[in-house]
Design a protein around this ligand. Structure first.
Ligand code: ZN
Length: 118
């Protein structure tokens, strides 16, 4: 699956077609993604003795094939291919040949690649 958390994607099918947003959840096994503020459903929480009941809106998963990565360089929905350079595997936009990986993420989310202060 080529889409990762915090990618910007464009929806190409469904009621939110044409809209774009940031990927907030990824289900690798089922090949599904959830995008911020898209494909929202409202869930009603029943009134109980302890809570007064509420409505929550949250993003539901949809099939990854319904979305395309928006390339941060050419701002177009792009097909991506993998490029391996040494030990790093990066995703490349087929249109502009630039990496679609957002560099600030790898350091923020995964702390394995920490900057060496020399
Ligand atoms: Zn591009």
């Amino acid at each position: 699956m080529k889409i990762k958390i915090s990618d910007n994607v464009l929806l190409i099918v469904g009621k939110d077609r044409g809209k774009s947003g940031k990927v907030i959840r990824v289900d690798q096994k089922r090949k599904k993604i959830a995008v911020e503020k898209l494909n929202l459903i409202t869930k009603h929480i029943k009134k109980t003795k302890t809570s007064k009941g509420d409505k929550v809106r949250y993003e539901t998963f949809f099939d990854v094939s319904n979305a395309m990565i928006l390339c941060p360089h050419c701002s177009k929905p792009a097909r991506v291919e993998y490029k391996t350079e040494g030990k790093t595997k990066s995703r490349i936009c087929k249109l502009c040949k630039e990496s679609v990986d957002q560099k600030f993420d790898s350091s923020a989310i995964k702390s394995k690649k920490t900057k060496k202060q020399s």
